[in-house]
Design a protein around this ligand. Structure first.
Ligand code: TYD
Length: 319
C-alpha cells in the first residue's frame, strides 16, 4: 500500500508534507510546515509543529509532541508520552528564534515518558530508557537510563563471560582471543607471597608491541565516559591497576564489553578498533601503554567515519 492514511478525526493542516504509506491516527494534529517521510505511524494525540522533520519508517506513539526544532531521522521510535522540549528557560509569551535543534539520529529509540532537554543529539541506534531525563548528548549506540540519564551500556556489547569479575581469579596465565578482531586479553604472570603481590609483563616477549608512551586515567567523576574513538595506526595495552572499569571494543561488526578489575589483566587493542571506557569506580587507575607518541591526527572521533574508513581499508586489502 502506498496511499497515505489520514484518520477522519486527525487534523493535517494544508501544506504539511506526509509521505506515502504513512498513517496518521485519530486526534493527531500536524501543522503546515511539518515534513513527514514515508511509512511512518503517527499515533493518536500526537502534535507536530511547523519546524519539524520526520524521516521514513518512524513510529511516534500516543501523546507525543514534536516542537519546532525537532528532527527525527529514519527508523526512529518514540514511545508513548515521551517529552521533547525546545527552551531551556521557558517563560510565558517569550519565544526563541531560532529554536535549539534537537536531532534523534537514525534507528534510535526513546522509551515511554522519557524527557529530552533542548538542543541535544540522540546518537544513531541509541536507546533511551523509559522515564529517563536526558540532559546531555547521547553517543551512538549508547543505552541511557535514569534521572539524569547516564550511560548504562552499549547496544550489542555483550560482556564476555570468561573475563567477568567472578572469573578473573580462575583465568590462567596466557593470551585469550576475544570475539572482536585482533583484541586480546592478557592474563599476566602473578607472584603472590607474604609480602604482597607482583604482576609482570615483558616487552616484546609477553606483550604485543614496544610502547613509546604511557598515560594514566584516574579520578574519573562517577559514570563519565572516556574514549569514544578509534586510532588509525596506534596499538594500545590497557591495565586497570586499581579499582575497576569497563571497556567496550568494537571492530565495526562485533562489539564486546570487558570488565577490567585486576592489575594482572591487560587488554590489547590494535589499530582500527572503536573503544569506549566507562563505569569507572571512584578509585580506578587505568594505565594505557601506547605504541607511539600522542598524535591528534591519529584519532577517528566519528563512528560513521570509522565505518567508512574500515570499508576502504577492507577493499584495499581484498583488491
Ligand atoms: P583523549 O585521548 O581525548 O581522552 P579520552 O579518550 O580518554 O577521552 O585526551 C584528552 C586530552 O588529553 C586531549 O586534550 C589530548 C590530551 N592528551 C595528550 O596531550 N597526550 C596523550 O598522550 C593523551 C592520551 C591525551
Amino acid at each position: 500500500m502506498t496511499e497515505t492514511f489520514i484518520h477522519p478525526q486527525a487534523i493535517v493542516e494544508k501544506g504539511a508534507t506526509i509521505g506515502p504509506s504513512t498513517r496518521v491516527w485519530a486526534f493527531a494534529h500536524i501543522l503546515a510546515g511539518a515534513v513527514i517521510g514515508r511509512d511512518c505511524d503517527i499515533c493518536d494525540h500526537v502534535f507536530i509543529e511547523n519546524q519539524v522533520k520526520v524521516g521514513d519508517r518512524v513510529t511516534i506513539k500516543c501523546g507525543v509532541q514534536l516542537w519546532d526544532g525537532v528532527t527525527l531521522e529514519d527508523d526512529v521510535f518514540v514511545g508513548p508520552n515521551a517529552t521533547f522540549t525546545n527552551d531551556r528557560f521557558p517563560r510565558s509569551k517569550h519565544y526563541l528564534d531560532p529554536y535549539p535543534q534537537t536531532v534523534v539520529r537514525q534507528g534510535a529509540s526513546i522509551g515511554a515518558n522519557a524527557t529530552i532537554l533542548p538542543g541535544l543529539t540522540i546518537g544513531r541506534e541509541a536507546m533511551v530508557g523509559a522515564g529517563a531525563v536526558v540532559t546531555r548528548d547521547v553517543p551512538d549506540r549508547a543505552i541511557v537510563a535514569g534521572v539524569p540519564a547516564r550511560i548504562v551500556g552499549y547496544v550489542g556489547a555483550h560482556r564476555r563471560p570468561q573475563v567477568s569479575l567472578a572469573d578473573y581469579a580462575a583465568l590462567g596465565e596466557g593470551v585469550y582471543d576475544t570475539g572482536v578482531r585482533g583484541v586480546k586479553v592478557y592474563r599476566q604472570k602473578e607472584i603472590r607471597d607474604l609480602r604482597g603481590c607482583l604482576s609482570v609483563g615483558e616487552f616484546a616477549s609477553s606483550l604485543p608491541f614496544l610502547p613509546r608512551r604511557y598515560y594514566v586515567i584516574y579520578g574519573v567523576p562517577s559514570r563519565e565516559v572516556r574514549g569514544e574513538h578509534a586510532h588509525k595506526t596506534l596499538h594500545q595495552f590497557l591495565v586497570c591497576l586499581a579499582g575497576q572499569c569497563a571497556l567496550v571494543v568494537d571492530d565495526g561488526e562485533r562489539r564486546e564489553e570487558i570488565v577490567l578489575c585486576s592489575p594482572t589483566v591487560g587488554v590489547y587493542t590494535p589499530p582500527m578498533i572503536w573503544g569506549v571506557q566507562y563505569k569507572f569506580s571512584p578509585d580506578a587507575v587505568l594505565l594505557v601503554l601506547a605504541s607511539d607518541p600522542y598524535d591528534a591526527d591519529d584519532y577517528i572521533r566519528e563512528y560513521d567515519e570509522f565505518l567508512v574508513m574500515l570499508a576502504t581499508h577492507r577493499s584495499a586489502l581484498t583488491s
